[in-house]
Design a protein around this ligand. Structure first.
Ligand SMILES: Nc1nc2c(ncn2[C@@H]2O[C@H](COP(=O)(O)OP(=O)(O)OP(=O)(O)O)[C@@H](O)[C@H]2O)c(=O)[nH]1
Ligand SMILES: O=C([O-])CC(=O)C(=O)O
Ligand SMILES: [Mn+2]
Length: 654
């Protein structure tokens, strides 16, 4: 069965006439409602009342059901009862198993080919190529955003989606990013044939019937996801985890606020509220509406004097956002409370301050390295109602991963690795996949901020950039101005991590920690940042941190984790106007010797930790120029270019 293009708006009606087409068919819908119902006729509604849904939603569901041909439609209400039923079913099928040591915790193993985001198969679809990518130098592939032409998208979708849900149930997930109905919140509807996705979306976003009321007649972000393995399945399904790694496609249509994801069940590719919506699509909406959608944690830091400051920080994937957001201060009298650990939506308020909300409702955190020593608050958060993916399991029904060796009660316990193999601590190989994850409800975090669901958000005073920089980059520096901060963010780099498909320890560019999540032309994105500055606004100060500098023995120079509060302390004192604690350098202001509180720490090699090595930065200046010239070219905003020129000059004086 094919979709009648005169009546509906299937994906083929992309590009040029899109907006008007949608409008026409929107009106036409009321006429064709009956036709749609008839076409839907053979697909039973297994749960929920289709007729009570807003007309737009009915059309969306009908149109996509007709395309993907599921055996039934299940409209989710997000309730615990619903989740329990799904969990029982998945346990029976063998896809989930209960971790008996906890309350309502489950573990699941994916097909080992489906373990991370796939940047190379992630596309932005716009009519004009340069709405998506920058004018890169000839022969240079853009690394920020991959563009796909609407016609090519149609071809790609045509070869994947028709009939892709055959024999499976299509779940309809209404969800809100941000508190339901809040002024900064947005609504999405995800269609999926993965129950794992249903269960995870329930943790990561707000899924409930209030979303329908809040939606009313407004528009919503259309999210279409399929594991891409219709029944009867021809190939062997590994670990009861259906997926189609060879055919993965994650495509976004920003003008239409629509996302198509095929072939992967892994979180970053399949929980479409997260990276696809809250960053790639939302950054487009944010540009249009004058706000920001960023890959940032949000934390509230209370000093011993009782004053609280809110800070947002952008680090690339697997570079420490969750850890910083839940930091347990090693300095007495300090308190950190978490607002969000991955994504911030921020908008300037009437009072000129920048307000941030966490659009998510849960944490999708990196498991390895998370322990009571490094991140006790995360550990406390996932003691119940959580889903663990690609971690290992002990014979005692506990989760296990690298970093828990010292905390596990029985050091000789039999462990089943993420690959299903028997294993013991000390044996070669790893127990958990390096990108194994926990999904846990944010409200279970013992230090979740009381205002974390405040619809207006919390006022941000500082923005921190950072990455894994084994060499050359000091622990902390303050940028000279908003413009210099934007330039510094555009130079962000980090060692590759397991969160995407890259291997090895190469230092890669990850401007603003957004390389994998850029929703539109990166030059225009930088311009958008610059444009946000006005005289009446109190611009946050911008900092750069590096917890990952190493010495000649390849050892971290800084203890990190809870001790990062010492760096936050310095930042806040700078915000307070303490001039004498800073020393100007060509890249920004670093701490004056002794101005970071190191009390109670072992030996710290201050000079090595804080140095701004001449050779390194001279070379970096050249490399940055090459990068921005090649990758951003004529799209690079003039003020950013001016900052680059000025920094290069200053660095020559080192
Ligand atoms: N050495 C050191 N390692 C850290 C520090 N903070 C975090 N890590 C490690 O970095 C890894 C990733 O940390 P996360 O906090 O999960 O990173 P993230 O930025 O939230 O990652 P995504 O969820 O992928 O966006 C973990 O293995 C942590 O143990 C630190 O201050 N020092
Ligand atoms: O998107 C994901 O898969 C997980 C995540 O938070 C990131 O990679 O930044
Ligand atoms: Mn992240």
């Amino acid at each position: 069965m094919s979709v009648d293009p005169n009546l509906l708006t299937p994906y083929k009606n992309t590009g040029a006439a899109n907006a008007s087409l949608r409008q026409i068919s929107e009106d036409a819908f009321y006429v064709v409602n009956e036709v749609v119902m008839k076409r839907l006729g053979h697909v039973p509604i297994l749960k929920g009342d289709f007729h009570l849904l807003p007309a737009k939603v009915q059309r969306f569901i009908a149109e996509k059901a007709e395309l993907m041909r599921p055996r039934g439609i299940f409209i989710c209400d997000g309730s615990q009862h619903e989740a329990d039923e799904l969990i029982d079913k998945l346990i029976e099928r063998g896809m989930l198993s209960k971790l008996e040591a906890y309350e309502n915790n489950y573990i699941c193993r994916t097909d080992p080919k489906d373990v991370a985001r796939v940047e190379s198969k992630t596309w932005m679809v716009t009519k004009n190529k340069y709405d998506t990518v920058t004018h890169t130098k000839e022969g240079v592939e853009p690394i920020m955003g991959h563009w796909l032409a609407p016609e090519d998208l149609a071809t790609e979708l045509d070869s994947r989606f028709p009939g892709c849900m055959a024999g499976r149930i299509m779940y309809v997930i209404p969800f809100s990013m941000g508190p339901v109905g809040g002024p900064l919140s947005k609504i999405g509807i995800q269609l999926t044939d993965s129950n794992y996705v249903v269960l995870s979306m329930r943790i990561m976003t707000r899924v409930n019937n209030d979303v329908w009321d809040a939606l009313g007649n407004q528009d919503f972000v259309r999210c279409i996801h399929s594991v891409g393995l219709p029944r009867p399945v021809k190939q062997r399904v590994i670990n009861h985890w259906p997926c189609n790694p060879e055919r993965v496609l994650i495509a976004h249509r920003p003008p239409e606020r629509e996302i198509w994801s095929f072939g992967s069940g892994y979180g970053g590719n399949s929980l479409l509220g997260k990276k696809c919506f809250a960053l790639r699509i939302a950054s487009n909406i944010a540009k249009d509406e004058g706000w920001m959608a960023e890959h940032m944690l949000i934390m509230g830091v209370t000093r011993p004097c009782g004053r609280e400051h809110f800070i947002a920080a952008a680090f690339p994937s697997a570079c420490g956002k969750t850890n910083l957001a839940m930091l347990e201060p090693t300095l007495p009298g300090w308190k950190v409370r978490c607002v969000g650990d991955d994504i911030a939506w921020m908008k300037f308020g009437e009072d000129g301050r920048l307000y941030a909300i966490n659009p998510e409702a849960g944490f999708f955190g990196v498991a390895p390295g998370t322990s009571n020593k490094t991140n006790p608050m995360a550990v406390a958060t996932f003691q119940k109602n959580s889903i663990f993916t690609n971690v290992a399991e002990t014979a005692n029904g506990e989760y296990f991963w690298e970093g828990l060796e010292d905390e596990i009660a029985d050091k000789n316990v039999d462990i089943t690795t993420w690959l299903g193999e028997k294993w013991h601590i000390g044996e070669p190989g790893v127990a958990a996949h390096p990108n194994s994850r926990f999904a846990a409800p944010a409200n279970q975090c013992p230090i979740i901020h009381p205002d974390w669901e405040s619809p207006q958000g919390v006022p941000i005073e500082a923005i921190i950039f950072g990455g894994r920089r084994p060499q050359g980059v000091p622990l902390i520096y303050e940028t000279n101005s908003w413009e210099h901060g934007v330039f510094t963010g555009s130079c962000l780099k980090s060692e590759a991590t397991a969160a995407a498909e890259f291997t090895g320890k190469t230092v890669m560019h990850d401007p603003m920690a957004m390389r994998p999540f850029m929703g539109y032309n990166f030059g225009k994105y930088l311009q958008h940042w610059l444009d946000l500055k006005t005289d009446s606004r109190k611009m946050p100060k911008i900092y750069h941190v590096n917890w990952f500098r190493k010495d000649s023995n390849n050892k971290f120079l800084w203890p990190g984790f809870g001790d990062n509060i010492r760096v936050i302390d310095w930042i806040i004192r700078r915000l307070d106007g303490e001039q004498e604690i800073g020393v100007e350098t060509p890249i920004g202001t670093v701490p004056a010797k002794g101005s970071i509180n190191l009390e109670g720490l072992g030996e710290v090699n201050w000079d090595e930790l804080m140095s701004v090595p001449a050779d390194y930065w001279k070379q970096d200046a050249q490399e940055i120029r090459k990068f921005l010239d090649e990758q951003v070219g004529e799209d690079l905003p003039e003020p950013v270019r001016a900052e680059m020129d000025a920094q290069e000059k200053r660095v020559q004086t080192l």
